[in-house]
Design a protein around this ligand. Structure first.
Ligand code: ATP
Ligand code: MG
Length: 272
């Protein structure tokens, strides 16, 4: 079987300056949380930002942004919340229903979210990817004008190994990897001490090994989960917290990299 390569033609999104995917090899590492908080951190920097939930089977953006009970018949999309524009399969299905559809249908929805939703003029459209390196990721990477991918990992070895596969997949289809973020990096206890619960430094190591930039560390903070469940991401609810500052720094790094062309390194051929 031929390994996937770059497509000959991608569609254009003339109103969107930077389409940025937030991805990982593995589930549960905090992609959706990073995507939502990075989006809000960019809003805080004065950017016009959209957040598209590409997790068709397990959308979590509606809960994270506190958008429930949407009547798709009477709602115009995207939905605005906390200063950003959002679109998710969860808005079309309701919070308790699961999407039952095959791959080609999923790709149709993703394409529709990108091209048929009236995003208006945006500086950033962040895409919260489903876990893994499956069809949805590949289709998006091959057909959408993705400016770059932020790869999220946790410090453990297992997470890093799968994150490495994620980096490789995007490289193979020649989508620039903006870099690696290490989520749940460390925990600062009430005693002020730093605890490295899942070990530490793996994200940096992965970035070095893969020859992509290391974008930073996000600490573990129980408020992150609490805020996510309550529909107001931590950057919005606790803007002065250390974890919010880490997201703001991440937004700055990503923005600098895209605007000032700290070019991701030349991409070597990688066999999947
Ligand atoms: N830095 C953090 N500190 C504390 N909790 C966190 C942090 N980052 C994420 N979490 C929590 O970890 C859980 C998983 O996060 P999230 O849903 O963002 O992961 P995901 O990678 O998008 O998962 P999936 O693969 O299922 O889409 C959530 O409950 C979230 O609130
Ligand atoms: Mg998710």
């Amino acid at each position: 079987m031929q390994p996937p390569g770059p497509p000959s033609q991608k569609f254009e999104l003339p109103n969107i300056q930077y389409l940025v995917a937030v991805a990982s090899g593995k589930g549960g590492v905090g992609k959706s949380t990073v995507a939502a908080n990075l989006a809000l951190a960019l809003v805080k920097k004065g950017k016009r930002v959209g957040l598209m939930d590409a997790d068709i089977y397990g959308p979590s953006i509606p809960i994270m942004l506190g958008i429930g009970d949407v009547d798709p018949q009477t709602t115009t999309f995207p939905i605005e919340r906390h200063g950003l524009k959002a679109m998710s399969m969860g808005f079309l299905l309701g919070p308790d229903k699961a999407a039952v559809m095959r791959g080609p249908m999923v790709q149709k929805y993703l394409l529709g979210f990108l091209t048929q939703v009236d995003w208006g003029q945006l500086d950033y459209l962040l895409v919260d990817m489903p876990p893994g390196t499956g069809d949805a990721q590949l289709a998006l990477a091959q057909t959408a004008p993705v400016a770059g991918v932020v790869v999220v990992t946790t410090p453990q070895d297992v997470s890093l190994n799968v994150a490495r596969r994620g980096v490789q997949m995007f490289r193979q289809v020649q989508v620039p990897v903006l870099g690696v973020v290490e989520n749940m990096s460390f925990f600062i206890g009430e005693d002020g001490k730093r605890y490295e619960i899942f070990r530490h430094g793996g994200g940096r190591k992965l970035a070095e090994e893969s020859d992509v930039p290391f974008l930073g560390e996000i600490p573990i903070d129980p408020r992150v989960a609490e805020c996510g469940d309550q529909g107001e991401p931590v950057v919005h609810r606790y803007p002065d917290s250390d974890v919010a500052k880490a997201y703001l720094a991440l937004a700055e790094t990503v923005d600098q990299q895209l605007r000032h062309g700290t070019q991701p390194k030349e991409l070597p051929e990688v066999q999947l």
